[in-house]
Design a protein around this ligand. Sequence first.
Ligand code: KE4
Length: 434
Amino acid sequence: MEDRVVVRRVGASEALFAKAKAVIPGGVNSPVRAYRAVGGVPPFVAEACGAEVVDADGNRYVDYVMSWGALIAGHAEPSVVAAVQAAAARGTSFGAPTAGEVELAAAITRAFPAVERVRLVSSGTEAVMSALRVARAATKRDVVVKFDGHYHGHSDAMLVNAGSGLATFGVPSSPGVPAALAALTVTLPFNNRDALGAAFRERGREIAAVIVEPVMGNMGVVPAEPGFLEAVRDETARAGAILIFDEVITGMRVGPGGAQTRFGVRPDLSCLGKIIGGGLPLAAFGGRADLMGLVAPEGPVYQAGTLSGNPVAVAAGIAMMKLLERNGVYDDLDRRAATLCAGVLDAARNAGIPLVANRVGSMFSFFFTGGAVRSAADARRADAARFARFHAGMLERGFWLAPSAFEAWFLSLAHTDEHVARTVTAANEVFRSS
Ligand code: KE4
């Protein structure tokens, strides 16, 4: 079978990128979008519908980024668009409480039993920053623990790399983060119960919180090993530290109640985002009523936001949560994701290319490596150059993948069996030609 000759026009995106770089740092409003990890000019999106995006040159792609996981129902989902249009026509922001915020907060507490009360914010970063502040206030401790490769937004306390030893304090991973602040963040290897135990033996009484992506999605997908989340839960409970699940990706992605429901581990606080905002700027932090009672104006922990609970974003979130209450939604997503992963793995095996897939529900990623990927260190050993070639080949064939080996693929309810079959066929062509 001859490979299809693909000629992708890029002139409009190239011109837009040149203009953008004159007025926006790197030409983008979030770094990963600049395609620096894979090379080439980032296509500028003109529009999207369902599972497909169209770029400024008119090229059409099947989308597996789906706004970094937010669009589990697909682009421009009709009920979400209608809700947004109706809300906007009633006014776009009031800076005052609205009935919609109460409805969305109630829907979130129904979906996540550990979230007894919730505060709506505008980004995952803001949700994490606020949850950490609550945990530090509640425990009167300063040290927070995160895991290597886990990403929790760009607040200073979270832009920290591992220190020299496993349980030593961190070093800034970005200029502008004070060393004194980074020193309050301990970074541990994920899925390593020995390192976890050592950190709590050495510093347990200083630890305010452990924050974890219950399924790591920011080094590619790396699930927690069986028993690891339970071990984190036990260590934090024993030390009087707060367990924070960062479910900005996994919340409503890996099941109707997120990872905490899927895996049966109850965090003290949860951070949510992406899906619960239906693709608009909305996120949330919530959890135990006693902890959330510390949040102003009820308690002394200050947290605020001009656009928090924005009525247009809330309308999108309500429509999305209603849509995900439909029966069988997750079974379809999981089945299609499993079919896609199996097909791509078969194609790689037939081409003699070492490839590993990690998947939880409809979030998954492929690593160009022969061995298991159980940690960020394992993920870093994968062949990123080969991923970049794969990314370019798929883009040329009309498939929109995250421009980094360290991101997840996301399926949506708008992806069909035909989209999946075409994706496997394209992967087969790319593997055979690279
Ligand atoms: P935002 O501030 O970007 O809304 O959320 C930060 C965040 C928090 N927690 C987790 C687990 C996250 O994955 C994120 C953001 N995810 C990235 C993609 N992996 C957003 C994409 C980007 O940074 O452009």
